[in-house]
Ligand binder design. Structure first.
Ligand SMILES: Nc1ncnc2c1ncn2[C@@H]1O[C@H](COP(=O)(O)OP(=O)(O)OP(=O)(O)O)[C@@H](O)[C@H]1O
Length: 451
């Protein structure tokens, strides 16, 4: 079911930055570093809506989810529950219209490992009675127990009396997860954050569990914020519920839209890479080359400038006034990144060439080693000048001359989310004003036409 227009949760420009020491002995002698776990995310969750967040490990999904339900304090921006700023409610500041206790009840979480949130010494009935005693003080003991048994039955734990009398260690992983779901639902929540709630379960159980989440989500009119590193699971949940998939990359929400559009017509190059990495979502397509330049995720303590994905993006944009095939531009960018990372040692290059042959041999060796496509004209002259500077160990000039000609908007400017033609926001310069919405396939460059 799709959400209504009213936003239950509203996140505006949310930032969560963690300060950590640089890892030195007891934190001494090391500079503090900032992990930009979430960096300027805006997101609305409507009532009865399912939103699935996906992205690689460490991209900030859990931090964003916890911040959305008030379990993590944002270091910037605001999180509102039905218009009430959660932090102001907690601190009793301003004109509080919804008390903090009420917000805590309305926003619930189910963890990946439900065992860790269930007291091992408490039987299921007692675990489930606790929230009801607190929030439904008018219920008699009998009514409370009847309700719990009804819910256990509803989530497939039958006979419920048997399960109610068990300790957590007497339950399977799937059963613990059902107890966690019942506990959350007994609070009559508006939003449940399900953080990798099915990833620890056997594959055979996952679909059953997701179906149960969806049935109850619809029945109870609860919104679900589901976190998953698996695009396939995110799609299963979001598509069935007519919900949204949000794609995160290094603390940013780079694309969000209806599940069908994200899967069948991804816009952001990172979303395309995630989809490529999930072949069961596009079985009709033959195996293609990975649409990403590097496997390694950059360090969130030192994220790339501009668009954070530009160091891995196969569609990174060449300056308007530089006529170059995309494949060749990628090779130039890769060389620039190797230079910046100190991966090219002139001494090692000299060791490979005949020193008698001089700089010309040094330059020819690097052209051979770094470029498969052909470079000509001003592009070739610029790269040559950089190689020559490197031959003289002048790294600064080697970098500067390349930056001057080839600097991309993707590395200088953070892309703002923009609605694409089919109505889902994407933060990528390919969709900047003036750029075609149906961005050209820039991965297919004509090496011969590079100048
Ligand atoms: N309390 C904390 N202190 C310092 N850094 C943190 C803290 N919590 C998270 N981080 C860092 O913030 C970044 C985002 O972490 P987060 O757990 O939100 O990512 P995630 O996408 O949920 O990853 P995963 O899928 O692996 O759980 C990571 O680099 C993580 O190391």
């Amino acid at each position: 079911m799709s959400g209504s227009d009213e936003a239950v949760l509203s996140l505006e420009d949310v930032e969560v930055h963690f300060e950590s020491n640089g890892g030195g002995l007891f934190g001494l002698f090391s500079e503090a570093e900032t992990v930009r776990a979430v960096d300027g995310v805006s997101l609305d969750i409507s009532s009865n809506q399912v939103v699935a967040l996906v992205g690689e490990s460490g991209c900030g999904k859990t931090t964003l989810g916890k911040t959305a339900i008030g379990l993590q304090e944002p270091t910037g921006g605001s999180v509102k529950y039905r218009g009430q700023d959660i932090r102001e409610a907690r601190e009793g500041r301003g004109d509080v219209t919804i008390p903090y206790d009420e917000i805590r009840r309305a926003l619930q979480i189910i963890h990946q490992d439900p065992g860790s949130s269930l007291n091992p010494n408490t039987k299921v009935m007692a675990v489930l009675e606790t929230p009801l005693k607190r929030w439904q003080t008018d219920l008699s003991r009998e009514d409370r127990r009847a309700r719990i048994l009804g819910m256990l039955e509803r989530v497939g734990m039958s006979p419920p009396q048997d399960y109610a009398g068990r300790y957590p260690h007497q339950l399977s992983g799937g059963e613990k997860q059902r107890v966690a779901l019942v506990r959350a639902l007994l609070m009559n929540p508006d939003v449940i954050l399900a953080d990798e709630a099915i990833s620890a379960l056997d594959v055979s159980l996952r679909i059953e569990m997701m179906d149960l989440f969806l049935e109850l989500q619809d029945e109870f009119g609860t919104s679900f914020l589901a976190i998953s590193h698996d695009l396939s699971n995110a799609n299963y949940l979001a598509e069935k519920a007519d919900g949204l998939i949000g794609v995160m990359y290094l603390g940013k929400l780079v694309e969000i839209g209806p599940a069908k559009r994200i899967i069948h017509d991804p816009k952001h190059p990172y979303t395309k890479a995630l989809r490529w990495a999930t072949p069961d979502l596009h079985p009709e397509e033959a195996a293609t080359e990975m649409p990403m330049r590097k496997i390694d995720i950059p360090d969130p303590k030192n994220p790339p400038s501009g668009c954070r994905f530009h160091t891995r993006c196969p569609e990174v944009i060449a300056p308007d006034d530089v006529d170059i095939a995309q494949e060749t531009f990628i090779e130039v960018m890769t060389y620039r990144e190797q230079l910046a990372d100190g991966e090219i040692d002139p001494e090692e290059v000299w060791a490979e060439v005949d020193p008698e042959a001089g700089t010309e041999a040094f330059v020819a060796h690097l052209f051979d080693a770094l470029f498969e496509t052909s470079l000509s004209g001003a592009n070739r002259a610029t790269v040559r000048e950089s190689f020559e500077a490197l031959a003289e160990e002048d790294h600064d000039h080697a970098r500067a001359v390349l930056r001057e000609r080839f600097e991309s908007v993707c590395e200088t400017t953070i892309p703002e989310p923009r609605e694409t033609a089919d109505d889902h926001p994407v933060a990528c310069h390919l969709y900047d004003e003036g750029a075609a919405f149906d961005a050209p396939d820039r991965t297919a460059g004509d090496a011969a036409a590079d100048d």
